[in-house]
Design a protein around this ligand. Structure first.
Ligand code: ZN
Length: 64
């Protein structure tokens, strides 16, 4: 008999992309993120203007 938990992997490679339950940074609603960088739920993404809360990078550096 093996006394292994046989449940969660003790060592999870960061390269693997697995859907994990995360909280949306916008509404705080728990959702399944497709990847590690996914922190906005589809609902907020679908809504226009969800980027307003995110510091957008300057598209053009032409600022006088
Ligand atoms: Zn959201």
């Amino acid at each position: 008999m093996s006394a292994e938990p046989a449940s969660d992997d003790p060592v999870t490679p960061t390269a693997v992309h697995v859907a994990k339950p995360r909280q949306c940074l916008r509404c705080g609603t728990p959702f399944s993120s497709s990847w590690a960088g996914e922190r906005i739920c589809g609902r907020c993404k679908g809504s226009s203007g969800w980027r307003q809360g995110v510091p957008a990078e300057p598209a053009n550096g032409t600022r006088r």
